[in-house]
Design a protein around this ligand. Structure first.
Ligand code: 5GP
Length: 179
């Protein structure tokens, strides 16, 4: 069923069941790779809160969870080049294996900024796990982007943590904008 947020209409794109299945696969891979290392999962708020919660449940090894808060979209449909840091990482990642958890990689500007910032804190390793990735919009080469839930077309999506004007984050499925 379509949903309406403010003046826009969105149609179903990826169901929660499909997301959950893919999250199990990624979780298993991460658990295998990082067992014995106590990695730090760093989520980027607000968008990644749902994915982070579901992902770490599928990684049954000792790990830490931390968050940073950034904004680059400022609630609209188009990305802005300015990244605002609302709050910073509170955990020391020096010498740790870091898994950066993102909701969506669009132009890659936010990810470029984050990876550079985290690298400057001298982690042992850094990898990126993004639920959604829009390859056609990507403007950077970021080899750390190793785990992707779904590659999608260059369309605006909401739900499962993702918003339009701060609304729609609570839907369990992902929806795409109907033009
Ligand atoms: P980038 O810096 O890669 O262009 O944009 C990354 C951020 O923009 C994401 O973390 C997310 O907050 C926002 N964003 C990018 N594409 C979409 C989209 O299709 N829907 C929503 N709701 N946010 C998006």
């Amino acid at each position: 069923m379509n949903i309406r947020i403010e003046e826009l209409t969105f149609e179903p794109m990826i169901s929660y069941e499909t997301i959950a299945q893919r999250t199990i696969e990624i979780g298993n891979t991460l658990a295998e790779k990082y067992k014995g290392n106590t990695p730090v999962f760093v989520g980027v708020l607000n968008g990644s809160f749902m994915f982070m919660a579901d992902l770490v449940k599928q990684v049954p090894i000792p790990l830490h969870v931390a968050f940073m808060k950034l904004s680059s979209y400022h609630g609209g449909l188009a990305t802005t080049r300015t990244i605002t840091e609302d709050f910073n990482l509170k955990v020391d990642i020096q010498g740790r294996d870091v898994i950066l958890v993102e909701d969506i990689v669009d132009t890659g500007n936010t990810l470029r900024y984050l990876v550079d910032k985290l690298k400057s804190l001298n982690p042992a390793s850094i990898t990126v796990c993004a639920l959604l990735y829009k390859p056609d919009a990507m403007e950077h080469n970021i080899p750390e982007l190793e785990y992707v839930g779904f590659e999608i077309e260059n369309k605006f999506v909401v739900g499962y943590g993702l918003d339009y004007k701060e609304l729609g984050r609570n839907y369990k499925d992902i929806y795409q904008l109907v033009k």
